[in-house]
Design a protein around this ligand. Structure first.
Ligand SMILES: Nc1ncnc2c1ncn2[C@@H]1O[C@H](COP(=O)(O)OP(=O)(O)OP(=O)(O)O)[C@@H](O)[C@H]1O
Ligand SMILES: [Mg+2]
Length: 328
């Protein structure tokens, strides 16, 4: 495995268990998040994502197992640990009656910043999250996207080394979602380590270096995004002939597995090795087929989830907010 960023682990989770009566919210979770990277924790409703974030924020104690964040033990060093983390919860935590600026100032003061520093930090973050114009208005008048940005800004006040973002874009329209993604990327560029929970395959794909797919309190698959995809079904080679009417003839040459897509004008061929790729292209060339385009693509994360869990519908569909936007 190549190490794209830091090699040090910022978050280590070992054997975490948390039960609520009969419900196993966490059922033995192990995770590692390398410093300066984003771990996407992907799972359907009730998978245990928020429970995990709560344990890692020291808001609840696990029944068994433990975790270390920036070197601090969640069980024995909760106070030190809280100083190095930032949390954007699944449900907005801004004070509705206060303005955006007052919210940020108040959090700065709670974090022991001087009045001057708290003001400066609030203004800096308002600017950065494009909230300067709305800064003096009460947060109750903010749109969903503005609230979420204020939430993100709030979690950044103490310049946390490790940030937890619990479904940061659920319920946001696609444009606002992209704004939030851009902010997350810039936080990571500044050196933050991020643990991001999401129900959206696309979000994980956009932001995460590595993924942990969780379901019913257990990690059911994990690894780098491209590795996970490759595991599920290898690559598909897409060949576009200059003349679409030869698709069926091309498929016949390659035999089983090659599927013509008449509508798209391409032939899809599953590829398991580089040698096979060369062979396929060579075989078509030898028969004199003129090829206009060629490309490979990896399976989508939806396919990954389906392959590892055997179910499809339990995950949020990233197409949903797009439909909302169309309707609006
Ligand atoms: N305080 C609680 N009391 C009882 N059950 C709880 C509590 N918190 C969580 N659970 C249960 O534990 C399981 C995991 O919940 P959790 O909130 O961690 O899931 P999630 O992955 O965050 O889901 P969502 O995507 O809906 O936010 C669920 O079955 C939930 O009902
Ligand atoms: Mg949750």
């Amino acid at each position: 495995m190549t190490e794209r960023n830091g090699t040090e682990t910022a978050v280590t989770v070992r054997g975490l268990v948390k039960h609520y009566g009969e419900t196993k919210a966490l059922d033995g979770v192990d995770l590692d998040v390398r410093q300066g990277t984003v771990l996407g924790v992907l799972g359907p409703n009730g998978a245990g994502k928020t429970t995990l974030v709560r344990v890692l924020s020291t808001l609840i104690r696990p029944d068994a197992g433990t975790a270390w964040v920036a070197g601090y033990d969640v069980l024995t060093q909760p106070r030190q640990l809280r100083r190095v983390i930032g949390l954007t919860g699944q449900y907005a935590s801004v004070d509705e009656s206060l303005s955006g600026r007052e919210n940020l100032y108040m959090i700065g003061r709670l974090l022991d910043l001087s009045r001057k520093d708290a003001r400066a930090r609030a203004d800096e973050l308002l600017e950065r999250f494009s909230l300067t114009e709305a800064a003096k208005r009460p947060a109750k008048g903010y749109s969903g996207g503005m609230r979420r940005r204020l939430d993100l800004a709030a979690s950044m006040i103490g310049r946390p080394a490790v940030l937890y973002l619990d479904e940061p874009t659920t319920g946001l329209d696609p444009r606002t979602r992209k704004e939030v993604w851009a902010e997350v990327r810039s936080m990571v560029a500044e050196g933050a380590t991020v643990l991001l929970t999401t129900q959206y395959m696309e979000e994980a794909e956009q932001l995460a270096d590595e993924l942990a797919v969780i379901d019913r309190g257990r990690v059911i698959a994990g690894g780098r995004v491209d590795e996970l995809k490759a595991k599920v079904g290898g690559r598909t080679l897409q060949i576009r002939p200059a003349d679409p009417s030869v698709l069926t003839a091309m498929a016949a040459v390659l035999g089983a597995g090659a599927v013509p897509d008449q509508e798209a004008g391409v032939l899809n061929v599953p590829i398991l090795s580089d040698e096979q790729l060369t062979e396929v292209v060579g075989a078509l060339g030898a028969r004199g087929f003129a090829i206009a385009g060629i490309g490979t693509h990896l399976p989508s994360l939806d396919e990954v989830f389906m392959a590892v869990t055997g179910q499809k519908t339990s995950l949020g569909n990233p197409a949903e907010p797009a439909e909302k936007e169309l309707a609006a």
